[in-house]
Design a protein around this ligand. Structure first.
Ligand SMILES: [Mg+2]
Length: 365
């Protein structure tokens, strides 16, 4: 069943009050193209700080990966004070809605080069980073864990492309149990020699040179060269460039989270992102889009499951209940038997009511 435009808008939550789009028709047509091409053609590229994590939670700003690192209580004061001074000096520039990206880049590069010097000589202590993650209470967007789980179950590659601290980003993903095999982190990782940080691996990445890093990491994108459709998520204007390493020819749908200086930034965000979400601290829209683009695959997979258990009947597109998206393993009870109540709901609720008894005693081989 192909969805009409209204169904797509509703399912993806695009009619929400926090959603802005410069060209709604284009967004719908991109979603349709991605859906039609199938999950084999899809990959995800997302920023981490304030994109996978929240911008704020209960009125409190969420700490960035960098700030989480600063929570380690045994860091020398030269580091913490130095980092704070740099933050105070450069963060206002990074955030300034009246400065162009081109004008900001030299400042961001200076910030990171001064930053790198502060890290040199610090001990690398992964257990303290893990503890700082716990202590900082860094919060992920609502439904972020669920989205990562769906993407893992569907085998869709996720690139977490972060200008923060790679070791901390990784620790946060591990803390929330979402550092799945299909998730790759490209970020600023420490180079460690004998337990001491000696520099960063490669050129430091800041929020405005991700496009350059995307091109440098072409091996990652080459390995995924068939996956030319991309859902991109970010909260910074520079994040809109993250898919530049992806081979051309596909459809790229960009979602931008805008939580501060909303009026000042909105026109620029609308130029660079297909969908702009105003002070939305959830992944509802992303999850809704996933639901739409992966929907037909829920049916395909159910059918392949039914084929495996030797049933000739197929769930058909057009059955009103195939909206339910559940992974294979959810269809099985602990004894490896099909959860018939789920299949029954899916089949009996629709036009194929007469077929439901077929599935009652199925056993997966
Ligand atoms: Mg960010």
């Amino acid at each position: 069943m192909s969805m009409n435009d209204d169904e797509i808008v509703n399912a993806a939550g695009l009619n929400g009050e926090k959603v802005r789009m410069k060209d709604k028709e284009l967004v719908i047509s991109k979603i349709k193209k991605i859906k039609e091409a199938g999950s084999n053609k899809l990959q995800i590229i997302t920023d981490f700080d304030r994109t996978v994590s929240k911008h704020h939670d209960n009125g409190k700003p969420t700490l960035s990966s960098y700030c989480v690192f600063e929570q380690i209580p045994t860091l020398p004061s030269e580091f913490t004070e130095g980092a704070q001074n740099l933050y105070n000096r450069f963060r206002v520039i990074e955030d300034d809605p009246n400065m162009s990206i081109a004008d900001k880049i030299p400042y961001m590069e200076e910030w990171w080069s001064l930053n790198e010097k502060l890290f040199i000589g610090l001990p690398y202590e992964p257990e303290k980073i893990a503890q700082a993650v716990v202590d900082s209470g860094v919060k992920l967007r609502n439904h972020a864990e669920e989205c990562f789980k769906i993407l893992n179950e569907k085998g869709i590659p996720v690139l977490v492309f972060s200008a923060g601290l790679g070791h901390v980003v990784t620790a946060i993903l591990k803390h929330y149990d979402i550092l799945y095999d299909n998730v790759k982190v490209i970020s600023n990782f420490f180079k460690v020699v004998d337990g001491t940080i000696v520099e960063f691996e490669g050129q430091p990445m800041n929020v405005y040179n991700k496009n350059q890093h995307a091109i440098e990491n072409c091996d990652y994108f080459k390995a995924l060269s068939e996956k030319t459709n991309v859902l991109v998520m970010g909260d910074s204007l520079g994040d809109s460039n993250m898919a530049e390493g992806v081979p051309e020819g596909g459809t790229i749908l960009k979602i931008g989270f805008l939580s501060v200086h909303i009026d000042d930034y909105l026109p620029q965000y609308l130029d660079l992102f297909d969908i702009v979400l105003l002070d939305d601290q959830t992944m509802d829209v992303f999850k809704g889009i996933l639901k739409v683009v992966l929907k037909s695959y829920a049916i395909e997979e159910s059918n392949s499951l039914l084929r495996r258990i030797g049933k000739r009947d197929r769930l058909e597109q057009g059955s009103p209940n195939f909206l339910v998206h559940r992974p294979h393993r959810d269809l099985l009870n602990p004894a490896g038997r099909i959860d018939t109540s789920f299949l029954r709901t899916m089949v009996c609720g629709g036009k194929k009511k007469q077929s439901c008894s077929i599935y009652d005693t199925s056993v997966v081989q």
